[in-house]
Design a protein around this ligand. Sequence first.
Ligand SMILES: [Fe+2]
Ligand SMILES: [Fe+2]
Length: 136
Amino acid sequence: MAYFEWADDMVIDGGPIDEDHRLLVDLVNELHSATSRGAGQVVVASILRRTIDSTREHLAREEHIMAQHGFPDLEAHKQGHDSFMESLYALERQLQAGGITVAAQLSRVLRDWLSLHIRRNDKELRRFQHRRARGR
Ligand SMILES: [Fe+2]
Ligand SMILES: [Fe+2]
């Protein structure tokens, strides 16, 4: 069983948003295998960098899609994205400063935030589209 399991209740659009989320789930699993087998800082830092880049690209794409669909509360959603990116950069700085304990925390922070954010916040887009499709 993977560290971070994809589950059906994480489906948002059956398209680009889900593809991004699946990629991020894979990256978190890769990061977790690296830190749990005690991989060196260089290896961990490079997976983290790819994860950060993919996350940033995903969040921008998702915000764009939400704007196209006229998703309400986009500003609040963006703020959640921004503060998550800030915490990722902070973790990266700590890792570069030699924080061994940070390496172990990385995959947990990423998994917990993504899991909750997808199921609670991104899901709002799906609910919004369903409501609109029903004409309400
Ligand atoms: Fe997302
Ligand atoms: Fe989001």
